[in-house]
Design a binder for this molecule. Structure first.
Ligand code: ZN
Length: 363
């Protein structure tokens, strides 16, 4: 008995002092119907009631770690047919152990449910709006606007870091990449650079934004930056396929982000050689037709090089598609369907000496 008592006393001596009440800013975290206490993984929904158009129900998980730390939101499926990102985030939820987590992960794998269910790429088919192009949303607007207003209010507002995942849409034959989105503010830009390196993809697109402009804050990342959050964007997947390798890139990369934020014990594994790229130029179709790629995603091309061609609907050539600049094919159209304005190819300029200093974008 005595021995046991002395052990208990020793434990009491070495126990760190109890934190003052209120020192943990997130003893519980609530999003929609989900409320997670420390050490809990809880599932719930963010329900958007019908209004001028139909409502929608978005499923999510909150992993509230046993110990305090940052709040990180992982959001994917704003493009509901970018399946790799959606599937990867469903798997990420089970990979985060609340008992070992310091801080909180809010995971929303599928934001654009109608796009997924109806297999409509790029937009929300309910209102035809882009779900990564309409922030800060509008609580009295159409479905997309109401969803984004709820994401802003319920998720972004309480997060320190916002991670936006994409997966190469149905028509995009895409090479995996991350974005380093720069604001011109040194501390914030170095924080997001650290996340891009920790994510581990070997191609990083340098994208300069002006978070004081409306154009710079329509996307989730731009909006989150305008609210003072650290953000990170990555994309892996192509042409609607869910491959184990690309799914693993997004799951492991997300764990790398949590590791870099010291929320889990996870060794940071930056790619051995990083290709820094940026200044994208897209070639868009000036009308309908059938597109055929001749250059592969990820290939390096010269300005003027043929990367694809177009025919009419009876197979007669309608023109070649040429690279608008030297660079890397980040994605090329993976299906024949074309319409006026459809992106046929995107070429990113290479920065072999690393990226130049931030420049205020013109648009
Ligand atoms: Zn996307």
């Amino acid at each position: 008995m005595r021995a046991l008592l002395s052990l208990v006393l020793a434990a009491a001596v070495f126990t760190p002092p109890v934190r003052a009440q209120g020192a943990d800013p997130h003893p519980t975290v609530t999003v929609g119907t989900a409320t997670a206490k420390r050490g809990e993984r809880v599932y719930g929904t963010l329900t958007i009631p019908s209004a001028t158009d139909s409502g929608t129900t978005i499923q999510l998980a909150i992993v509230n770690g046993a110990k305090p730390g940052p709040v990180v939101a992982f959001i994917s499926g704003s493009h509901g047919t970018e399946y790799t990102s959606v599937v990867a985030m469903t798997r990420l939820i089970a990979r985060i152990d609340p008992a070992k987590l310091r801080g909180t992960a809010i995971v929303v794998p599928l934001l654009n449910v109608a796009s997924f269910e109806r297999m409509v790429p790029h937009v929300n088919p309910v209102d035809g709006k882009g779900m990564n192009a309409s922030y800060p949303g509008d609580a009295s607007g159409t479905q997309t606007q109401r969803v984004l207003a709820a994401v802003a209010r319920e998720i972004v507002a309480q997060s320190d870091v916002v991670v936006d995942l994409h997966g190469g849409d149905l028509d995009e034959d895409l090479r995996p990449y991350s974005y380093w989105i720069r604001t011109g503010k040194a501390a914030r830009d170095s924080a997001s650079r650290a996340l891009a390196l920790a994510f581990g993809l070997d191609m990083i697109i340098v994208n300069d934004v002006d978070v004081t402009s409306a154009a710079g804050t329509r996307t989730l990342s731009g909006y989150a930056l305008s609210q003072g959050k650290t953000t990170f964007v990555a994309e892996a997947g192509h042409s609607g396929l869910v491959t184990p390798a690309e799914t693993a890139m997004l799951v492991n990369g997300s764990l790398g982000v949590l590791g870099a934020l010291k929320m889990i014990d996870h060794p940071s594994k930056p790619a051995a050689k990083i290709s820094w790229v940026g200044a994208d130029q897209r070639v868009r179709a000036d009308g309908g037709g059938m597109f055929y790629a001749t250059a592969a995603r990820g290939s390096v091309v010269k300005k003027g090089q043929k990367v694809g061609y177009v025919t009419d609907y009876v197979g007669r050539p309608a023109g070649d598609v040429l690279a608008p600049q030297d660079g890397v094919v980040s994605f090329i159209r993976g299906v024949p369907s074309l319409w006026k304005g459809a992106t046929m190819v995107t070429i990113l300029r290479q920065f072999p000496g690393g990226p130049a200093a931030w420049q205020k974008p013109e648009r």
